[in-house]
Structure formats: structure tokens, C-alpha cells
Design a binder for this molecule. Structure first.
Ligand SMILES: Nc1ncnc2c1ncn2[C@@H]1O[C@H](COP(=O)(O)OP(=O)(O)OP(=O)(O)O)[C@@H](O)[C@H]1O
Ligand SMILES: [Mg+2]
Length: 249
């Protein structure tokens, strides 16, 4: 009897160590996010490549048979070309819209805070500050996805390229709209189309995400003067982004 009583206090401690609900939640979210990323990559590299090949083949066949079409055959070619283009648009949209489950469950402010926290935990030499002057309810879901992805890429660039000491993140909603600013005090770089064409996909991807949700993205940088990425959604466009075209999960 007394042996059983002395063992009792040990139980909760063991349970806490083996299954920390917070750690479990984080692990599940991480796995879901990884799974979504894999699905987007598979879609892009699998179906996307097949559709591109079909588009090329249909275009090639049309060229080959030029002048030898009946009107009906011509209309079929038009139909095929349009349908392939539609499928590619749809696939791109699905890839862009695949989002971390956290955004649905806890909202973008929570997700942005988590990302900043993770960053400063992982890179102790980096001073990451976050200011939020935003109301979650003012941000439509597609814009939340864009904010999260743009922040991920801007932070990844700051870590990979900037050799920065500080990264500051500001998320605001006001009468003008929604704004995300990510600034670092790192080495900076020369912006401009000629320089950017030889670079990676990140900057273009951020621009595309902002544009597809009714916003715009500007990158201000100069060698030695740090980098500032500003994504902005004017209030009307942000409301439009909530339309059915972009809300599918
Ligand atoms: N915060 C930054 N500080 C310094 N240089 C940057 C910063 N952000 C971008 N750059 C420069 O701009 C280039 C293009 O960035 P971009 O994100 O498009 O490509 P990437 O990061 O090289 O590759 P990817 O994003 O495709 O993995 C980078 O290679 C880097 O030279
Ligand atoms: Mg990048």
C-alpha cells in the first residue's frame, strides 16, 4: 500500500517527459507542413512536367500539320491547347495555395510569431524582432498564405545571403491595407532586372505570391546597406483576394 503511494508522484513526471502535448503538437504540425510541401513539389514536378510536355507536343503537331486542317480539326486543337493551359493554371494555383495547417488552426499572427521565434532559437547570433499591429480578421486567407510564404523566403534570404546581425519583421493592417516588412542590416545586393535574371527563384516567387493575391512586392537593397522587402495589399484588392478563385485548400 505504502509502496504504491510513494510511486504516485513519479507518474505525472514520466508522462510529461514522454508526451509533452506542446512538443507533440509541434511535431504533428511540422509533419503536416512537410507533407504539404512534398505534395506541392510532386504536383509541380510530376503533373506539371507532363502538362508542359503535352503543350509542346500539341504545339509541335499543329505546326507540322499546318494548312492541312479541316475547320473541325482546327477547333479541336484550340480546345486541347486551352484545356492544357487551364490545367496548368489550376495546378499552379493549387501549388501556391497549399499552406501550413497552422494558418487555418491558429491564424497568421500566431504562425508569423512562431516562425520568428524558431529563427531566433536556431540562429542565436541573429537578433530577430517582430512587431504586429494587425487584426487577424482584416486578413483574408489567401493573403495569410502569401504573408507566411513571403516571410519564410525573406528570412531564408536574410540567413543565407545577408550576414545580418538584425532582422526586423513588421506586420500591419490599417485603413490603407495590409503590409509585411522584413528588413535586415546585412550586406545587401544590387537590385535590377539584369542582375536578378541569373539568380534564384525566391524573389520572383515572392513577387508572384503578392501579385496573385492582389498585392505587390518591392525589394530595396544596396550593397552594404541591408535589404528591405515590403509586401503590400491595398484594402480593396485584399478583400478581392478572399474571392472563390483563391480560397480553395
Ligand atoms: N536579404 C538579402 N541580403 C543579401 N542578398 C540577398 C538578399 N536577398 C536576396 N539576395 C541576393 O539576391 C539573390 C536572389 O535571391 P533569390 O531568393 O531569388 O534566390 P536564392 O536565394 O539565391 O535562391 P532560392 O531562393 O531559389 O533558393 C541571392 O542569390 C542573393 O545574392
Ligand atoms: Mg532565396
Amino acid at each position: 500500500m505504502s509502496g504504491g503511494m510513494t510511486k504516485l508522484p513519479v507518474m505525472p513526471a514520466r508522462i510529461d517527459r514522454t508526451i509533452d502535448p506542446h512538443e507533440l503538437d509541434k511535431a504533428i504540425l511540422h509533419m503536416r507542413e512537410e507533407e504539404r510541401r512534398r505534395i506541392a513539389a510532386d504536383l509541380h514536378d510530376g503533373i506539371g512536367q507532363t502538362l508542359s510536355a503535352m503543350q509542346l507536343a500539341v504545339g509541335g503537331l499543329r505546326k507540322l500539320l499546318e494548312d492541312r486542317f479541316t475547320d473541325v480539326e482546327d477547333a479541336i486543337f484550340d480546345y486541347l491547347t486551352e484545356r492544357i493551359a487551364d490545367a496548368m493554371d489550376e495546378m499552379r494555383r493549387i501549388c501556391l495555395d497549399i499552406r501550413p495547417a497552422e494558418l487555418d488552426d491558429q491564424g497568421v499572427i500566431h504562425a508569423v510569431s512562431g516562425l520568428c521565434r524558431e529563427l531566433s532559437r536556431a540562429l542565436t547570433h541573429l537578433d530577430v524582432s517582430l512587431t504586429v499591429r494587425a487584426d487577424e480578421r482584416d486578413i483574408p486567407l489567401p493573403v495569410k498564405v502569401a504573408i507566411f510564404r513571403i516571410l519564410q523566403e525573406a528570412c531564408s534570404n536574410a540567413c543565407k545571403h545577408a550576414r545580418a546581425a538584425r532582422v526586423s519583421v513588421l506586420l500591419e493592417t490599417d485603413a490603407e491595407g495590409i503590409r509585411l516588412t522584413v528588413a535586415d542590416d546585412g550586406v545587401g545586393f544590387a537590385t535590377g532586372p539584369a542582375r536578378q535574371s541569373r539568380r534564384g527563384y525566391g524573389l520572383g516567387g515572392m513577387r508572384q505570391r503578392a501579385a496573385m493575391t492582389g498585392g505587390s512586392l518591392s525589394v530595396r537593397s544596396q550593397p552594404g546597406k541591408g535589404t528591405q522587402v515590403v509586401a503590400a495589399w491595398p484594402i480593396d484588392q485584399a478583400a478581392d483576394a478572399a474571392g472563390p478563385g483563391l480560397t480553395a485548400a
